[in-house]
Unconditional design. Structure first.
Length: 568
């Protein structure tokens, strides 16, 4: 299309019956008072939707409207417009048609922006209209900072030259040197990790290179590789930030520090480990303003949610949430505490570390170096007259026994355990040396969970199961296999071409019925396991994963991955 003409937005929307004259009058008054753009005022006042305004502009200009939720820009063309200009002019190169670059703009009436974009890309452009609400998140996804991180790593390598870094020397290692290459590199890495929703950052020295990887939705992705000589500088800076011993390189260390990324406070848990080629660092990112989930927002199946709520509503007993590291156990327990929290109840948590902060709770951080162990804090907590106690993990016999005695003397105890499934949890406690009567009488419910990746809603497409997938599904669904439709993500800019976006838990639970209590007390593990399997028939982790497959929420691959973990 030709260069757009200046348009009076309000008159256009009234003309196309998107808003009424009275709504325009009120919006103009608000615009004059607040100084905000008219379009934003109309949307926030509820007079029009952002998409409705954009479609009206597109009609007036004779341009196309593109829904960015379902559109994937061409990666090779996006870079024709640098990120700085894309953000400044709210524009994105989408694709190429008939020799013209199609550029999406959220404000097609901005003639200066149109001219500047055409000048920068040095091509004839065809303007299409997009909404700002869809454009801004897409800019975060398509302008990945991998190249910037690599360039910063090269700058740091060049600055260091061939001189080996010594502890405590070098301007780039001095705390407060905000313009130092090592600081800029780490800042960029953290910002990119936040942008990509990474839960962990892995910095791993190899023989000839340094790899930086992000864990996104439970899967590691290589972010960049750099010269291995910068590894000591990065590790030293991170140790300084977290208060670790910078002179100790032979032993593992754990620490934490807080940073602010785009105005969001983030707690960083850091673990260092000596390897053959240097110290490996893993950092867990915990955003502190994401807000706690409500129980009914965890996507639990209704029957699981009902039984779990019934268990945590009891005045005493133990409720265990089990699963491997990173399966969302703490999130589930804090959602439960969020529901139980009230001025009438005293709640004490004993954790290592404290991952969430919830007003009204008495939260204690375990510190083994000063002998502030789970068992010691738990004994003290019981003298604080609590109603509910959260124990971060039943990691040894002493902690487990204290927690179970508390459950048997009128306290509700919530805790986690690292077991493969719900049924093996009581057996695991017995193996730890906990007396049988304690296990039988204190446990109310065991909830096991795993996290599966959810299909990206922007690129989800029907999927015909492969022969091996069909065979596996047939084992789970039998003759009902053809009653359902299946889906898989094609991969798009919204999901970094993985086909997945976000994760959701699958669940199973075991309730200690009278029959199970009797079997546990008699010390017959075979009878206990058989009774437990009868109770859980049709309500296992594997079956819950299949449920998500049949609902089009996840892929057969993901369900099979969960099943494989359970079989290990």
């Amino acid at each position: 299309m030709a260069r757009p003409e200046k348009i009076r937005l309000g008159d256009l929307l009234v003309q196309q019956n998107v808003i009424t004259p009275e709504q325009l009058r009120l919006a103009l008054e608000e615009q004059k008072r607040s100084g905000r753009k008219l379009g934003r005022v109309l949307v926030e006042s509820g007079y029009a939707t952002e998409e409705g305004i954009s479609r009206a502009l597109a009609r007036q200009l004779g341009a196309d409207f593109v829904d960015l939720k379902v559109f994937q820009p061409r990666a090779d063309l996006v870079k024709l417009l640098p990120e700085a200009q894309a953000r400044r002019f709210r524009a994105l190169v989408l694709d190429e048609r008939n020799g013209l670059l199609r550029v999406g703009m959220s404000d097609p009436t901005d003639l200066t922006a149109f001219d500047e974009v055409a000048r920068v890309v040095k091509r004839d452009i065809d303007l299409v209209v997009v909404t700002e609400g869809q454009l801004l998140p897409l800019l975060d996804r398509v302008y990945r900072r991998t190249e910037e991180i690599s360039n910063l790593a090269k700058d740091l390598t060049q600055e260091m030259g061939d001189i080996p870094i010594e502890f405590g020397t070098g301007l780039s290692l001095t705390p407060g040197a905000e313009d130092a290459p090592v600081v800029r590199l780490l800042q960029t890495v953290f910002e990119e990790a936040q942008k990509t929703r990474a839960s962990d950052i892995h910095i791993e020295p190899q023989e000839k290179s340094l790899s930086i990887r992000f864990r996104i939705d439970g899967v590691l992705h290589l972010q960049t590789e750099a010269d291995s000589k910068i590894a000591p500088a990065l590790v030293l800076r991170l140790k300084l930030m977290s208060g670790l011993d910078i002179s100790e390189k032979r032993l593992p260390q754990d620490g934490r520090f807080a940073i602010k990324l785009r105005g969001t406070p983030v707690d960083v848990r850091i673990s260092t480990m000596p390897t053959q080629h240097g110290e490996s660092v893993v950092m867990r990112l915990l955003a502190q303003n994401t807000g706690l989930l409500q129980l009914d927002k965890l996507h639990m199946p209704p029957h699981v949610l009902a039984r779990f709520r019934h268990a945590i509503a009891r005045p005493s007993g133990i409720v265990l949430v089990t699963g491997p590291t990173g399966s969302g156990k703490t999130t589930t327990l804090y959602a439960a505490l969020n529901e139980l929290n009230s001025p009438e109840k005293k709640i004490i948590t004993v954790e290592d570390p404290v991952e969430y902060r919830l007003p009204g709770l008495n939260q204690v951080q375990v510190h083994e170096k000063i002998d502030l162990s789970f068992a010691r804090v738990l004994r003290t907590a019981l003298r604080q007259d609590p109603d509910i106690i959260l124990v971060g993990e039943m990691r040894d016999q002493e902690t487990a026994e204290i927690g179970m005695r508390a459950a048997m003397t009128g306290h509700l105890v919530l805790s986690t355990l690292h077991t493969n499934d719900a049924l093996s949890s009581p057996v695991r406690l017995l193996d730890m040396g906990v007396p049988r009567y304690m296990v039988a009488l204190s446990i109310q419910m065991v909830l096991a969970q795993r996290l599966v990746r959810v299909i990206c809603p922007n690129c989800s497409a029907p999927h015909t199961p492969e022969p091996h997938e069909r065979e596996w599904l047939k084992y789970e669904l039998g003759e009902r296999i053809d009653q359902f439709g299946y889906a898989k993500g094609r991969g798009c800019a919204h999901c970094a071409n993985t086909g997945y976006q976000g994760r959701q838990a699958v669940y199973e639970f075991l309730e200690m019925t009278n029959a199970l209590v009797e079997a546990a007390n008699h010390g017959d593990p075979n009878a206990f396991v058989q009774l437990g399997r009868q109770q859980m028939a049709g309500n296992t982790l594997r079956r819950d994963a299949v449920r998500l497959v049949t609902e089009g929420r996840t892929t057969i691959d993901e369900a099979m991955r969960v099943a494989t973990q359970l079989d290990d």
